[in-house]
Design a protein. Structure first.
Length: 700
């Protein structure tokens, strides 16, 4: 016992209580800790299989407790791979990845555990389990089937080999995208080239230069040099504001060719991933990988997804064509003689937005300092859900000095949850995009409730020149989006980790709570209440709010078609595409993009090589989920509109109902039933189309 205590003290990944000691974790801790956790877990599974009692307490309870050491070890390592990536951490992660995958397969393929689950489901005591418990049992049975529990001999061996290889391929794909993003930089030394740039772009471009030239930190926002990268806070404003068309083309081409050449080329990985997924699905008796994927989602089948695609394409096709023609006309009228190209679209779209709505990004940013936005977000959640937030920096170790820590309270002083906020871009070590992840799930340990802890990670514009982060409006909506996920993780009332928070929620319903929160960024009292000009202290003027509201549907048809292009490509690759055929994945994307968009993609585009959502994340044959869930989230917000957004008492009452249904139930209840509980009926598409400024498609 003394030796065990010493090993836990020496290795922070072996701690199993309190908040994870992120500040003490080093790459050399990973391999010994994970192997020790796996050894103990295998011993526990051996014992469980021998003495298994087919009851909740006799089987599901021990399985839940089995997960706790993994949260503190493998969960921490996986999180650090996303926020503090390094060559050393990757090497350690890779050494134990196959072992972790193998343990998961061993657990899911255990005949004894599977028989125990079936015995619980088919036994006389089934009716004594609550709804969440029944869902967990049924989902574990399905997960076991999807993990090959029914396979024997050579088929199981092949299935397990596929699972191990896919896990490594997904990791390699993600690492290649991160490395390719880091590898590109476009340096500007002529101040004249920065004419028209917003001030924050100058600041982060100068910071980027200084970040890689630490021995000679000479860059300033006004005098440069300026370093442009493919990281979102750098790439997007550059494409929107840089006047040199040739430079925009260079950066755009680098963006669409990320991870498609040399040692970082993901092309071969894509082919291999698709081939293995197809083989995996066939081994399990499915016609294709999409059928396997949808077996655990809300959408009943591929036909239902394609029906949604068809309806939304019909609504968005003509508006997207009109929107592109508007850009062509503006470019011509402004003196551009070359045909409109992809690297022109963001630039002229921003000019058209400024022209139509008479505001610029530079005008908005000073009103959205991150601390003020966070206060406004918290205030909204207090009004809607009756919860309060308290800064708790110092109570939990963090992985970077920019990370903030908060406690979530239930009106009084009752702790409900905790969360980390990692708000800024760090392209040298942090993957792109924004995400929410569970850190520690809500569950009961030794008779005591453990409160949930979640991670909220964004890639917003870092602070510069002594000022707080001044946010783009899109960064504000992204923060609200991720916080919606976080609320579902933090305000869950389910006491079983397999169904608490976002766990156990069908993948195409998991975006409902996040997209719902975005709508509040267009609610005047909420938005204006979170603004405070960084210099004058003034709130957002009415005129600017009106312009933001008017611009909400700007180019909505084009944005719809972009998401549909991604979703349809994903679904086609996982249904009809033959990885061994003559056509390439890029041919599939090209065909769909040409059918949908009036501006054909470049023939050399390799966008798929950086499409991490489906090749390294959880959205394989599931990218449609964003639009599927957006229908539900828009309809949920419409309930607040119908109640009257100015009626505080009514909004608060409806907010509590939303909390008690959508946020509380987690994966413990069928998502369509949860929606019915909140809305009182099935979801409709009209709210989404109305919010997007699109007309409902005509019948037939």
């Amino acid at each position: 016992m003394d030796q065990e205590k010493r090993s836990q003290t020496d290795n922070p990944l072996l701690v199993e209580t309190g908040f994870p000691p992120f500040d003490r974790v080093e790459p050399e801790h990973v391999v010994p800790a994970v192997r020790q956790v796996l050894d103990r877990a295998n011993e526990r599974v051996d014992g469980l299989e021998k003495s298994l009692v087919p009851t909740w307490a006799g089987l599901l309870g021990p399985l839940e407790q089995l997960n706790i050491p993994f949260e503190y070890s493998w969960g921490v390592v996986s999180h650090l791979m996303g926020v503090k990536n390094s060559d050393e951490l990757r090497q350690a992660h890779e050494q134990v990845l196959a072992d972790v995958v193998q343990f998961g397969l061993r657990l899911n393929q255990s005949p004894a555990i599977y028989k125990g689950l079936l015995a619980i489901r088919d036994g006389d005591a089934w009716g004594e389990l609550d709804e969440a418990q029944q869902r967990i049992v049924e989902q574990k049975i399905r997960a076991a089937k999807h993990a090959g529990v029914g396979l024997r001999g050579a088929a199981r061996e092949r299935f397990n080999a596929i699972a191990r290889e896919l896990s490594q391929l997904h990791t390699d794909f993600s690492n290649h995208v991160l490395d390719a993003t880091k590898a590109f930089a476009f340096i500007i030394t002529d101040a004249g080239e920065t004419a028209g740039w917003p001030e924050p772009l100058k600041q982060i471009a100068a910071q980027s230069w200084n970040g890689v030239n630490r021995e000679d930190p000479k860059a300033t926002p006004d005098d440069g040099p300026w370093r442009i990268t493919l990281d979102y806070p750098s790439y997007l404003p550059f494409m929107e504001h840089h006047r040199n068309r040739n430079h925009r083309e260079l950066v755009y081409r680098a963006h669409i060719l990320r991870a498609s050449t040399g040692d970082l080329d993901n092309s071969g990985l894509i082919d291999r991933i698709l081939a293995l997924r197809k083989e995996k699905a066939r081994l399990l008796g499915y016609a294709n990988y999409a059928d396997l994927s949808l077996d655990s989602k809300m959408a009943p089948d591929v036909a239902a997804v394609e029906k949604m695609f068809s309806e939304l394409v019909q609504a968005a096709r003509q508006p997207s064509r009109t929107e592109l023609e508007d850009l062509r006309q503006l470019a011509r009228a402004s003196g551009q003689t070359e045909p409109l190209a992809h690297w022109d679209v963001p630039f002229w779209a921003e000019r058209l937005r400024e022209q139509r709505f008479r505001f610029t990004d530079d005008q908005l940013r000073p009103y959205f300092p991150l601390p003020r936005v966070i206060d406004g977000l918290f205030s909204l959640c207090t009004r809607l859900f009756g919860v309060t937030f308290e800064q708790a920096d110092g109570l939990a170790p963090v992985w970077h000095e920019d990370v903030r820590f908060y406690r979530v309270k239930n009106g009084s002083d009752e702790t409900l949850a905790w969360f980390y906020l990692d708000p800024y871009s760090r392209p040298e070590e942090k993957r792109g995009g924004a995400w929410m992840d569970g850190c520690l799930s809500r569950c009961t340990i030794d008779g005591e409730l453990r409160h949930p802890v979640v991670h909220l990670c964004c890639n917003g514009t870092p602070p510069a020149e002594g000022r707080p982060s001044l946010m783009r409006f899109s960064e504000v909506t992204t923060l609200f989006h991720e916080f919606g996920h976080g609320l579902q993780g933090m305000l869950t009332t389910v006491d079983y980790s397999d169904a608490a928070g976002t766990s156990g929620i069908e993948w195409d319903a998991v975006e409902v709570a996040s997209q719902f929160m975005e709508n509040w960024c267009y609610h005047k009292p909420t938005l204006v209440g979170m603004t405070k000009h960084v210099e004058t202290g003034e709130t957002l003027p009415d005129a600017l709010f009106d312009k933001i509201s008017a611009a909400r549907t700007f180019r909505a048809g084009s944005m719809f078609m972009r998401q549909l292009e991604f979703g349809m490509t994903d679904m086609r690759l996982h249904t009809a595409f033959d990885p061994e055929g003559k056509a390439t994945v890029f041919d599939v994307h090209q065909q769909i993009a040409r059918d949908l968009n009036p501006l054909p993609p470049l023939p050399e585009s390799r966008f798929l090589c950086s499409f991490s959502h489906i090749f390294a994340g959880g959205y394989a044959a599931g990218y449609y989920s964003y639009k599927w869930a957006e229908v539900l989230s828009a309809d949920a917000f419409a309930a607040f509109e119908e109640t009257g957004l100015d009626d505080e008492a009514a909004i608060a009452a409806l907010g509590r109902r939303y909390r008690d249904t959508v946020l509380a139930c987690g994966g413990g209840r069928d998502p369509m039933k949860v929606f019915h509980d909140f809305r009182g009926r099935a979801p409709r598409t009209d709210a989404l189309l109305r919010h997007s400024g699109l007309n409902s498609p005509s019948p037939g």
